[in-house]
Design a protein around this ligand. Structure first.
Ligand SMILES: [Fe+2]
Length: 426
């Protein structure tokens, strides 16, 4: 059984104003090396939707940002974001080539934002993107290229889209798939893109009934994982039979001894009975090992505590990693403490932000030139139900359970939502 959750109540509910505020109060000391913006985005409907039909993924986007420089919290801003023609863009914010882009999947293209987070309109990477984009590109640390997998209900294929460090599309390869799968994320290794073709698919029946979010659990859709060489052709994809489940997010993937290892958060199913947001039982951290010689996929539970929004030191993207960070989420998507996993030692640490306090997606930010994988900070927006306000909390990643290095106090709350980035100054 799953716990009912309303995606319009508590800190899931929208805020009603765009705010600009300067010189925020800080407890502790902001590391002066942190110069940039901590941006994130999530759904924040402008007009009150019908709670019976509102889907969490379809709320108008609102971006939030905190600007740090010289040890000061210079400003916090939040802004509604919308694509041209009123398209919803609400799932991730990334920096590419000194520019800022808000992202969404399933048909819409990115919206470019100013440095102060004002929306500048839909931007198909300066006209180089033909189709839809994704909310989850992964940057290859060697080439700087960003790899994403895109889909659109009207397509008979998915696409491997590569965006160069110059924010222009270099490749948009069509890969035939059946059944219209919803593909939220992918992963990359040194040589492959990992494709997730899992049993949540476009439902014509649901769409015909006028439901705004027409993707449903489809037990007839064979779950599989594909490996596409980074510069391969559609016929080069090698498919592996996968467990029946749904995956929104990979943590990372890498190659080791003839195996492709994919770490990810596994949901038992999705949009089967709870159809207004992700709420179909506990999501857990798993490792899927794809044996390239045998053609088999073996799963292993890394941590069975419910969690989501896994992140890592992105200098390790596509390469072996040791540490991972995630937000603990209880029944009914109840947000809680932050988790740090040591996947080599097989241990985890918990940072409890205190009574009534819950972390949103925690990000790892490396110390400049710090070679250690946990040499840096973990930053997140933290909601405090006792004050109905949010803070930005900066932890020392190497002292994860210790007191925060700094806590920046915002005059408003930041609703639970999706993803964000630390965009360092260049
Ligand atoms: Fe996501």
């Amino acid at each position: 059984m799953t716990t009912e959750v309303s995606f319009l109540d508590g800190n899931f509910g929208p805020v009603t104003e765009e705010v600009t505020t300067f010189d925020l109060p800080v407890t502790g000391t902001i590391p002066p090396e942190l110069a940039g913006r901590l941006v994130r985005i999530g759904p924040n409907p402008k007009a009150p939707p019908d709670p019976a039909t509102y889907h969490w993924f379809l709320g108008d986007g609102m971006v939030h940002g905190l600007r740090l420089r010289d040890g000061r919290a210079e400003w916090y801003r939040n802004r509604w974001v919308q694509g041209d023609a009123g398209e919803v863009v609400n799932t991730h914010v990334v920096g590419i080539d000194g520019r800022t882009f808000a992202l969404v999947e399933a048909g819409s293209q990115p919206v470019e934002l100013s440095d102060e987070l004002d929306p500048l309109g839909t931007c198909a990477f300066d006209g180089t993107l033909e189709g839809a984009y994704s909310a989850h590109p992964h940057r290859d640390p060697t080439t700087g290229e960003m790899h994403a997998v895109t889909y659109n209900w009207a397509w008979d294929h998915i696409r491997h889209v590569v965006v160069g460090p110059d924010a222009r599309v270099r490749r948009e390869l069509q890969i035939p798939v059946a059944g219209g799968p919803m593909i939220h994320d992918c992963a990359i290794t040194e040589h492959h893109v990992v494709l997730l073709d899992l049993p949540v698919t476009f439902s014509l029946e649901t769409a015909a009934a006028g439901v705004a979010f027409p993707y449903r659990w489809n037990p007839d859709h064979p779950p599989r994982v594909g490996l596409l060489p980074l510069d391969g052709a559609p016929g080069d994809v090698r498919w592996f039979e996968a467990p029946t489940c749904y995956v929104f997010h990979t943590l990372n993937a890498f190659e080791r001894d003839g195996t492709v290892v994919v770490d990810l958060v596994r949901h038992p199913r999705m949009f089967a009975t709870a159809v207004n947001g992700p709420n179909e039982g506990d999501p857990v951290l798993e490792r899927w090992s794809l044996d390239l010689a045998a053609g088999t996929l073996v799963t292993e539970t890394l941590d069975d505590r419910p969690q989501e929004f896994p992140r890592l030191d992105e200098r390790r993207t596509g390469r072996p990693h040791r540490f991972a960070y995630a937000a603990a989420v209880g029944a009914g998507l109840r947000h809680g403490p932050a988790l740090k996993h040591d996947l080599v030692a097989g241990t985890s640490e918990v940072h409890d932000h205190g009574p009534g306090r819950a972390t949103l997606e925690p990000l790892f930010v490396p110390r400049a030139d710090g070679p250690g994988e946990d040499d840096g900070w973990v930053m997140s927006y933290v909601y405090d139900a006792t004050t109905d306000r949010s803070d930005v909390v900066i932890l020392d990643a190497g002292d994860f359970t210790g007191e925060p290095v700094a806590t920046v106090h915002l005059p408003v709350r930041v609703p639970f939502g999706f993803h964000g980035s630390w965009i360092a100054d260049r």
